[in-house]
Design a protein around this ligand. Structure first.
Ligand code: AHM
Ligand code: MG
Length: 325
């Protein structure tokens, strides 16, 4: 079978849209490049003591920042600044958005979680980079503004993630389905390996931190009881890595649900709307799945702050429906 590289795939799709300027294509290529650099250094994490462990500071949300979090954050910022297609970024690791002085004419802003699930790095479990792209609202020629970033998820121009696992894969959507590309390490190229990904509407797998059970709502508790009940059906399998990208990736390909409800420690949920939930919701909807906060579609939430959190139920549509009003 002929290999189709990510760059080739992006170019073929751009040709289908005569109105496309190539700016989004360029941006996606740059994100792909950044992820290859992150992947290279991540694969050495077990060997190189200097890049393992904590950076001895906390991020804006009071969480421990790992050195590789910082590294991935800096690489993404550098690649996007060089890209020419991005006028600013917002990152889970930055206090506020960063407007690129030298890119006032660029069309897009990018939001990202540079290394999601980073507490898994020290034990060599999968982690990921998640990204979300919006067309700016502010006029070109000026610095981008907070308004450019605080847009509801349904307005995303593109979204995706890279999973650094037993292989490295980049999965993305521009609103025309979901495609996955596996990194071929010997040639350093992402190659199309999973065209037109769709999620089964039902599957018997759930992923959640069930240790928080006592602080779940009655609805979530009943859902867990339903999953565990093996008398009227086969009980579900619980699969939880604690790395959203990895748990989501399994559900996207095989079906299942990932949930992070509100808990007493995190009454608004733990995951971030702009860096984690919106991009994953866009992907999941494009793959025939669903994503809600229990009341409304994740993509319809009007954001009020960059680091906003939300409960999330995401995956196979029939399972998400069971947890939504
Ligand atoms: P992070 O962005 O600080 O890594 O946190 C997000 C991660 C998700 O990847 C994962 O699903 C979740 O936090 C795990 O949380 P918990 O340890 O509470 O189960
Ligand atoms: Mg994260």
């Amino acid at each position: 079978m002929r290999l189709i590289t990510l760059d080739e795939f992006i170019a073929i799709n751009q040709e289908k849209h005569p109105e496309a300027t190539g700016e989004l294509s360029g941006l996606l290529r740059d994100i792909g490049l950044a992820s290859k650099i992150v992947n290279r250094d991540l694969s050495k994490a077990g060997l190189v003591d200097a890049i393992l462990g904590d950076a001895e500071k906390t991020n804006v949300q009071g969480e421990e920042v790992k050195k590789l979090d910082e590294f991935a954050n800096n690489i993404l910022i550098k690649c996007l600044k060089n890209s020419g297609e991005c006028c600013g970024i917002a990152s889970e690791e930055e206090d506020s958005f960063v407007a690129f002085e030298n890119r006032k004419n660029a069309k897009y802003v990018v939001l990202f979680d540079p290394l999601d699930g980073s507490s898994n790095i020290d034990v060599i479990a999968p982690v990921g980079t998640i990204f979300s792209v919006f067309e700016r609202i502010s006029p070109k020629g000026e610095l981008c503004t907070l308004e450019d970033f605080l847009q509801p998820g349904y307005k995303q121009a593109a979204a995706g993630y890279v999973i650094y696992g037993s292989s490295t894969m980049l999965v993305y959507t521009t609103g025309e389905g979901v495609n996955g590309f596996t990194l071929e390490p010997s040639i350093g190229e992402y190659c199309l390996s999973h065209p037109n990904i769709t999620t089964p509407e039902m599957a018997k797998t759930y992923s959640m931190n069930q240790g928080n059970f006592n602080s779940f709502s009655d609805k979530v508790k009943s859902f867990v009881a339903y999953c565990q009940d093996g008398t009227t059906k086969k009980a579900f399998s619980l699969r939880y890595i604690g790395s959203m990208v990895a748990d989501f990736h399994r559900d996207l390909l095989k079906g299942g649900i990932y949930l992070y409800p509100s808990t007493s420690d995190a009454p608004k949920g733990k995951l971030r709307l702009m860096y984690e939930c919106n991009p994953m919701a866009f992907l999941q909807e494009q793959a025939n799945g669903k994503a809600t906060d229990g009341k409304q579609r994740i993509l319809d939430i009007i954001p009020t702050e960059l680091h906003q959190r939300t409960p999330v139920y995401i995956g196979s549509s029939k399972l998400v429906d069971m947890l939504s009003e």
